[in-house]
Write a protein that binds this ligand. Sequence first.
Ligand code: ADP
Ligand code: MG
Length: 477
Amino acid sequence: MSENIIELKHISKVFEDGFQAVSDLNLEVKKGEFVTFLGPSGCGKTTTLRMIAGFEIPSEGEILLNGKDITKLPPNERPVNTVFQRYALFPHMNIYDNISFGLKIKKMPKNVIDKKVKRVLDLVDLEGFENRKVSTLSGGQQQRIAIARALVNEPEILLLDEPLGALDLKMRKEMQLELKAMHDRLGITFIYVTHDQEEALTMSDKILVMSEGKAQQIGTPEDIYNEPKNAFVADFIGDSNIYNGIMTGKLKARFAGGEFNCVDDFEEGTHITAVVRPEDVVITEPEKGIIQGRVDSVIFKGIHYEITVISGKTETVIQTVKSANVGDRVGMYVEPDNIHIMKADDSINIIPVDINNDYKLELNGHVIDRSVTKLIKNAKRNSDGNLVDEHGDLIDKSRLKIYATILPGDIEMTDNIEDGIVQGHISNLIYKGDHYSYVIRTEMDQDFIVDDEDLWNMDDFVGLIIPKDKMKFTVKH
Ligand code: ADP
Ligand code: MG
């Protein structure tokens, strides 16, 4: 038998309205593991959990339970129970009736039910609460009852969908520890959903970081914190300084206005994203730093100071136990192995364009004053107006693929959406030290990467102005 209690194999979910909430997700969950789905709101966490519970059927892919395909098994035949953010207790019933509800439907004998209720109340540390009314319990206690109600069915897997989301911070911290202790005590598998990175890091054996329905990274909390796979994960997990840069030599990278030694090896000239944790930036005397800047703000955070330093157009956030004064000139230094370098995959937009009947290029219905004829070596229009190659043979227009390449910095965002050549919603944003890097998703599901110095909001509907002379075209045929 497989040691994985749950396996997701190439799971996708497209809803009836055509919206794809989950794309090609793979995951292995070991028996007894505490696995967390982490990602921003709307990234597909609940949908994935609901597929494991059986409330949704995947559009593609398989779900295995102990190696057996359960993709289409009804929820009540799966050894799985779910705890939701809204505890959904019955307010007019006492605790005993709330917990025993499902068992009574299964027509279990009263003495067995009594024993089971007592056992799960012990587990959630609410022994003796059988006759209390729901309305007399605090939010934290109600959530523990919701967990008891799920546990009474003795599931092999407990699914928890943002179960602490409705609690205040202090109660949430307490419940995090309790849930973790409960997991260790029970030995059953927990699959936990949260958008709170700190919660995920403290509780989990394994974290699946999701964005836009896709797995961004799967790993232990340490892996994900120390070795983020891309800028999204780095930005989402903890506060990071994220810089655009370029490799300037063997194990040397230039970013934030300085040249740093690093331990990641990429070819000279490669565009990179460098990630440095705030606690890894060392403040020095100006001349001893690799880069210099001016202290812009100092905030005391209880155990450390959070200091923001501006150098040129770049902003760096530093956590340190030593304070500084606003306006001070300082140097900054980072140890090579504290610099995490990734190849920048978002440094250019490659956008397919259409060819109209006049053999001109079009982007989203806007004619770009460039003729295909000029893009293909020795091509010309024959007397019938058709495109032919050097031998006079017809070139099949439908087999030509033309791409415009556009740099993120050459696109301008506008809220006069009609001014844009394309329109879309902001679906992601990452702060990169001196500008924001945005992902704009158009109605045609085309993503544009745009660099902009101003802060826009997630989901803003914007127009993109792309100067035609900033587009370069490549032809595939
Ligand atoms: P999360 O739990 O990460 O916040 P969800 O899994 O709930 O995200 O939703 C992912 C995306 O799928 C969201 O954009 C949501 O609006 C969409 N979605 C969820 N359920 C449905 C549905 N039944 N029909 C269409 N779209 C849905
Ligand atoms: Mg959700």
